[in-house]
Design a protein around this ligand. Structure first.
Ligand code: ADP
Ligand code: MG
Length: 246
């Protein structure tokens, strides 16, 4: 099996704060890994390290064969990783002055020199795929939160990523819009996309995850198949966390 993410003995500090502690984590191609844990436990920092948005102090990290070194990173790897790894944030971060379609066309044209015609066709195909083919010429502010997040997913997919990172993609949404975004993610998982997902949607985690990882104060204290972690957590921290959120 191909390992898309290989993290070994990784440590990350913000000043004196030891945020990630000796993290060993591999993600196989096609695997869906859901990361859960309390606020401030280091979930965002962990996935931000994977696409080089955060540097780390020690350990090794390889993403799809591209090595990132502690502190200095590795500019060549970083550029490759940014092309291959899509990220979806809690806040949709769409470009407000561009139409939905232009939001999706921008990165392939800039980063991959994709032609206008091809980028346009790709954008239309992806918008249909996330169920909003009829919104292409609107501006982000004219869309609902759920629709904007689906545009953000389409925008990431336009780069044909080998790995998708999601950081609480439904946390900023009104409850009635959460389902439509989770549906798109569920489809992606079914189609074999490799995914790392930080979420508080435990139903989604149970249904879609191949593996659930529980992080407590910067450490992976438990991981396993969703049914095992949710129904029979071994670590008392996990038990306490789950009893609060389930
Ligand atoms: P989570 O996503 O699990 O809520 P984070 O990864 O965002 O946790 O944060 C982990 C810890 O690191 C928290 O204590 C947070 O306050 C701290 N932290 C996060 N980002 C920064 C930063 N840029 N500078 C300093 N501390 C940070
Ligand atoms: Mg976070």
């Amino acid at each position: 099996m191909t390992q898309i993410v290989k993290m070994k003995g990784m440590n990350k500090y913000f000043g004196k704060l030891h945020v990630l502690k000796d993290i060993d984590l591999t993600v196989e191609k096609g695997e869906v890994v859901v990361i859960i844990g309390a606020s401030g436990s280091g979930k965002s920092t962990l996935i931000r390290c994977v696409n080089g948005l955060e540097e780390f102090e020690s350990g090794t990290l390889e993403v799809d064969g591209h090595p990132l070194a502690p502190k200095s990173g590795n500019p060549k790897s970083l550029a490759e990783i940014r092309k291959e790894v899509g990220m979806v944030f809690q806040q949709f971060n769409l470009f407000p002055h561009l139409t939905v379609k232009k939001n999706i066309m921008l990165a392939p044209q800039k980063v991959k020199s994709t032609s206008q015609t091809v980028a346009n066709a790709t954008a239309e195909r992806l918008l249909n795929r996330v169920g909003i083919g009829n919104q292409a010429d609107k501006y982000p502010s004219q869309l609902s939160g759920g629709q904007q997040q689906r545009v953000a997913i389409a925008r990431a997919l336009a780069m044909e990523p080998r790995l998708m990172l999601f950081d609480e993609p439904t946390s900023a949404l009104d409850p009635e819009m959460i389902g439509e975004v989770l549906d798109v993610m569920r489809e992606l998982a079914k189609e074999g996309m490799t995914m790392m997902v930080v979420t508080h949607e435990m139903g989604f985690a149970r249904e879609v995850a191949d593996r659930v990882i529980y992080i407590h104060e910067g450490q992976i204290v438990e991981q396993g198949k969703p049914d095992d972690v949710f129904d029979n957590p071994q670590n008392e921290r996990t038990q306490a966390f789950l009893s609060r959120v389930l």
